[in-house]
Design a protein. Structure first.
Length: 122
C-alpha cells in the first residue's frame, strides 16, 4: 500500500474535462494537478515530481506526442497515459514516444485500471 497519494499531472486544453478528471481521480485517492497547454504541462513537469502523466493528444500549442517526447528527454521513467478522443490508430501512433497506455474519451471506467496498471509496473 502506498504511503502517499500518487501524483498525476493531467494536461488537457478543455477546462470542463480538467475539472471532471481532477475531481473524479481525487475521489479515487489521487492528487491531480492540471495544465491547459503543452508548454504549461512541460513547465510543471520540470518543476514538480509526478508519479504519472495523463495527456490529451492535442493542444493549442502542439500535440500530446510532442509533449510526451519532450517529457522523455528529462524523465524516461514516469509512466505516460493518453486520455483522448482520437481514434485508436492515432493513439497507438502517439504511444511510440514510450507511453504505457491510452484510454479513449469519454470512457471513465477504464481510466483507473490503466492508471493503476502503469503505476504498478513502474
Amino acid at each position: 500500500m502506498r504511503e502517499s497519494k500518487p501524483r498525476i499531472l493531467f494536461v488537457d486544453n478543455h477546462e470542463d474535462t480538467r475539472l471532471v478528471i481532477i475531481t473524479w481521480l481525487g475521489v479515487l485517492g489521487y492528487e491531480v494537478r492540471a495544465a491547459e497547454s503543452g508548454a504549461e504541462g512541460l513547465r510543471m513537469a520540470r518543476q514538480e515530481k509526478f508519479d504519472l502523466y495523463l495527456l490529451d493528444s492535442r493542444f493549442a500549442d502542439g500535440t500530446g506526442r510532442e509533449l510526451c517526447e519532450k517529457l522523455r528527454e528529462f524523465d524516461p521513467e514516469t509512466p505516460i497515459i493518453f486520455y483522448s478522443g482520437e481514434t485508436p490508430q492515432r493513439l497507438k501512433d502517439s504511444m511510440e514516444c514510450d507511453a504505457q497506455g491510452y484510454v479513449i474519451k469519454p470512457e471513465f471506467d477504464a481510466l483507473p485500471k490503466v492508471i493503476e496498471g502503469a503505476l504498478n509496473a513502474a
